[in-house]
Design a protein around this ligand. Sequence first.
Ligand SMILES: C[S@@+](CC[C@H](N)C(=O)[O-])C[C@H]1O[C@@H](n2cnc3c(N)ncnc32)[C@H](O)[C@@H]1O
Length: 212
Amino acid sequence: MTWERIQGATSSGLDTHHAAWFRKGWEEASKMTRSLMNTHWTLDPFARTCPWADIRNDINPTMPTDHHLDALEFLQLLKKTHGPSMARIIILDPPFSERQAERYMDEMGHPNLYASPGYMGRLGVLVKDLLAGGGVVLKLGFNSNAPTQGLELVKGWTVAFGGGRNDVQMSIWRWPNMTLDEWPTLEDKPKKAYVPAPILPWGMPGYNPLLP
Ligand SMILES: C[S@@+](CC[C@H](N)C(=O)[O-])C[C@H]1O[C@@H](n2cnc3c(N)ncnc32)[C@H](O)[C@@H]1O
């Protein structure tokens, strides 16, 4: 496990994926799960305008995502429709500071979910259910706690912004267990296009650094 301190931009907007440091995390997570690329999905329950994951959700109905559900409902829905162990990467980038929550609050009135009793715990359990063995969580927050028990920390970054701003902790957590049921699915069940398809004005979704 390595942990690095890196520099973030001094001013960053609400769309985290424009930041080079977040892209670095996504690229690492993609490389780590390369062997699952053709069979397992990437999910983003708090996607906002980030186009990277195959299946995206944001509770704000004005965002260009596949679903507009609460993140817990979104993950429960996917467990029902696709079954457990269907994901290779799950991005966790909820509003995680009072300041951020206030800025999203202007849009929709969402609380800081890390401070909502029980919420992140329930989210973590669903995340573990959905991850395939070898799949990872890319987590952003103010702490480096495990999203849930049983995941192992594989890499982390402290992103420093300078001035009076708090650092952000970005970490990658792997679900090391593979159930017997999962072995045959790796080769035999290529994933199909996800419906409903999103309409993104700026082009195709699914930025995948593993593809040319
Ligand atoms: C930090 S932003 C995500 C930014 C995104 N990763 C990007 O790169 O642009 C968090 C998003 O979570 C959404 N959100 C807040 N509460 C939510 C909830 N309970 N369920 C789903 N989405 C929620 C907000 O609307 C906001 O767009």
